[in-house]
Ligand binder design. Structure first.
Ligand code: BGC
Length: 279
């Protein structure tokens, strides 16, 4: 990959996050990539976390730097406690603090229940759920230490958990993934309740079907895409920028009173579209 995907639909920098420091996990592809770029465009300095694919991560860094803000790539497996602690230590050393965590890194290891190995189960839970716990914990420590800096933001810190419509929609053949996202919902709500009194906002964005490498088989042939569109009342597969823009606004002070909520960005996938004609 030479150029990160970027629709350029926001040609000018929006100052929504000016002076803030953000960390995006899994930021060298798909939703994470678009989100890291959007936060940079909104004025934040950005840490681009990745686990494989250094070149793609460096492309994201260059794109973010072109907005006149700072960025660096940092390799770390979010499910490894030592690597997460090390990543936050480097961020605090280089940027001084953190204002926004986007806990995005996630993966799928799909299998029918009776074929699913315990390794496939653990891998998905470890990255999708334990990874969010570890990153949220380290971010919260710094938010609590620093408190509110009114010139920067009304809140002492923002955590945006990347969830999925599958935090509430059961998904046959994906028990590990659906369980991990159901866990993200309760993790997010519990952290929002626990950290709210300290001025920290925790929320989630739940994407529907977004055109990224994780679900390529669901949209890369016309037949697959037609099938997918039946599940989307708005009849369009989402773009990574749809999610990136929602995260940017949610992390900004425009949404300062939004606490412990999930914003579904799914073209209506959670509206039980089967009932448009049935029931
Ligand atoms: C999954 C995708 C899927 C989408 C809608 C996402 O969380 O990662 O593979 O297409 O949900 O079902």
């Amino acid at each position: 990959m030479t150029q990160p995907a970027d629709s350029g639909r926001r040609p000018e920098a929006l100052p929504l996050l000016r002076g803030q420091k953000a960390l995006v996990t899994g930021a060298n592809s798909g939703i994470g990539l678009a989100t890291a770029i959007a936060l940079g465009r909104a004025g934040a300095d950005v840490v681009v976390n990745y686990v494989f694919g250094r070149e793609a991560a460096e492309d994201v860094v260059s794109k973010i730097q072109s907005f006149g803000v700072r960025a660096f790539a940092h390799e770390a497996d979010v499910s490894d406690e030592g690597q997460v602690v090390g990543m936050f230590a480097r961020m605090l050393e280089e940027f001084g603090t953190i204002d926004v965590l986007v806990a995005n890194a996630g993966l799928q290891r799909d299998a029918a229940l009776t074929d699913m190995t315990v390794e496939e189960w653990h891998k998905v839970i470890d990255v999708n759920l334990t990874g969010q716990f570890l990153c949220a914990r380290e971010a919260a420590k710094e938010f609590l230490r620093r408190g509110v800096v009114p010139e920067v933001s009304r809140s002492a810190g923002k955590i945006v958990c990347m969830s999925s419509v599958h935090q509430i929609i059961p998904w046959s053949g994906h028990a590990n993934y659906a369980a991990s996202k159901g866990g993200v919902l309760m993790l997010m709500q519990t952290l929002a309740q626990e950290l709210g009194p300290h001025g920290i906002r925790v929320n989630a964005v739940a994407p529907g079907a977004i055109r990224t490498p994780i679900n390529r088989s669901a949209w890369d042939t016309p037949e697959a895409e037609q099938n997918l569109l039946k599940l989307i009342p708005y009849r369009r597969v989402g773009d990574p920028d749809d999610i990136a823009d929602a995260v940017t606004v949610l992390a900004s002070d425009l949404m300062d009173y939004v606490v412990g909520t999930t914003i579904y960005v799914d073209g209506g996938m959670t509206l039980f579209p089967g009932f448009a004609t049935g029931g």
